[in-house]
Design a protein around this ligand. Structure first.
Ligand SMILES: NC(=O)c1ccc[n+]([C@@H]2O[C@H](COP(=O)([O-])OP(=O)(O)OC[C@H]3O[C@@H](n4cnc5c(N)ncnc54)[C@H](OP(=O)(O)O)[C@@H]3O)[C@@H](O)[C@H]2O)c1
Length: 304
């Protein structure tokens, strides 16, 4: 199978989707953004955008015809909307589906069984079942990236807030955890599309490198000053207990348990938060970053 060149990109206006869109275009892939009809998302003039009603099956199938791959970056609340996209992709003859993942390592069952990842595991199993029918030519790849550097510094996982000078540090802060710059996520998606055979029907782990929260915090403090910080220290085993209690009591109140489980998948013992030795960086030609690179990236983020 040659490179998966024609790409339909769903969720391209989001936090991660924007970075991925740039990387796909920079890698000369033929990308069309599929955005929701009623969405107010905006894209640069040179980007091809088709606005569709994702709940209209026949229009979804027609919109996906002729594409080699669907790259989904839908947000956490829309993970289950991917079932219709997968069915439509199979019907339209799409060869590869990359679902919205980009988080912890769900190849580790302890992690995959956390309520935060259950929907994603179900999506992966569904993709696997569809890919088992060889006549369709359908296949999938999931990409785990662990935590994004941009998500930590004031982003959607705001454990270190340079402006407010607050930080939450887990288990003493010396646990190495994989971290990835958003630009590398985009490069990883492009590399998967350019290496279709190697990445067929499997989970791919990539990272920038493994760093500790204390290393991260000391870089941020060097950038903005070390005075006046309020550092909240948490134990992941207590967080695990609290999150399960919240989940059992109010499963519908996602915000009461999801952030705790996500942190557990990243920092908790035995959840595989450090991808070192298990990544596909080398085989896909993806660079890792040094502590110095992390320092330069954080400095840019803090000053912007
Ligand atoms: N590793 C990390 O640190 C990290 C951090 C953040 C997110 N993530 C993961 O990255 C993925 C994307 O998250 P995000 O925060 O970037 O997403 P997001 O900003 O919340 O949303 C992404 C886009 O999805 C589209 N969308 C939303 N609902 C949809 C639906 N029902 N059908 C079709 N499209 C829909 C929207 O695009 P339109 O309005 O243009 O249609 C939206 O802009 C998720 O899996 C998330 O868990 C990982």
């Amino acid at each position: 199978m040659s490179s998966l060149q024609r790409v339909a990109h769903v969720g391209a206006s989001g936090f991660i989707g924007t970075a991925v869109l740039h990387a796909l275009l920079d890698n000369n892939l033929d990308v069309t953004v599929l955005a929701r009809k009623d969405s107010e998302s905006k894209f640069p003039g040179h980007v091809k955008v088709v606005r569709i009603d994702f709940s209209d099956r026949s229009s979804l199938v027609e919109s996906l015809r002729g594409y080699d791959a669907v790259v989904s970056k839908v947000g956490v609340r829309a993970i289950n909307s991917q079932y219709e996209m997968i069915d439509a992709a199979v019907e339209a003859g799409v060869k590869r589906f990359i679902p919205s993942e980009y988080g912890c390592d769900i190849t580790i069952s302890k992690t995959a069984n956390l309520p935060a990842y259950k929907e994603r595991l179900d999506i992966k199993n569904y993709l696997q079942s569809k890919a088992e029918t060889p006549e369709t030519g359908f296949s999938y790849t999931t990409i785990s990236t662990s935590i994004l550097v941009e998500a930590v510094v004031g982003g959607p996982l705001p454990d270190i807030q340079p402006r407010a000078r607050t930080a939450t540090i887990y288990d003493g802060g010396d646990v190495p955890v994989s971290m990835t710059p958003a630009s590398l996520v985009g490069e990883a998606v492009a590399a998967v599309l350019q290496h279709p055979e190697q990445t067929r029907n499997r989970s791919v782990l990539i990272h920038g490198g493994a760093f500790t929260q204390n290393q991260f915090l000391s870089i941020v403090q060097r950038c903005v000053g070390a005075d006046g910080w309020q550092v909240n220290r948490q134990d992941t085993s207590e967080m695990e207990e609290r999150s399960w209690k919240a989940y059992e009591k109010t499963p519908k109140d996602v915000l009461s348990w999801l952030p705790g489980f996500v942190r557990l998948g990243l920092f908790g013992k035995g959840y595989g938060g450090d991808f070192t030795g298990r990544t596909a960086n080398e085989e896909l030609g993806l660079k890792t970053i040094s502590l110095r690179d992390l320092d330069a990236l954080i400095e840019r983020l803090v000053s912007s």
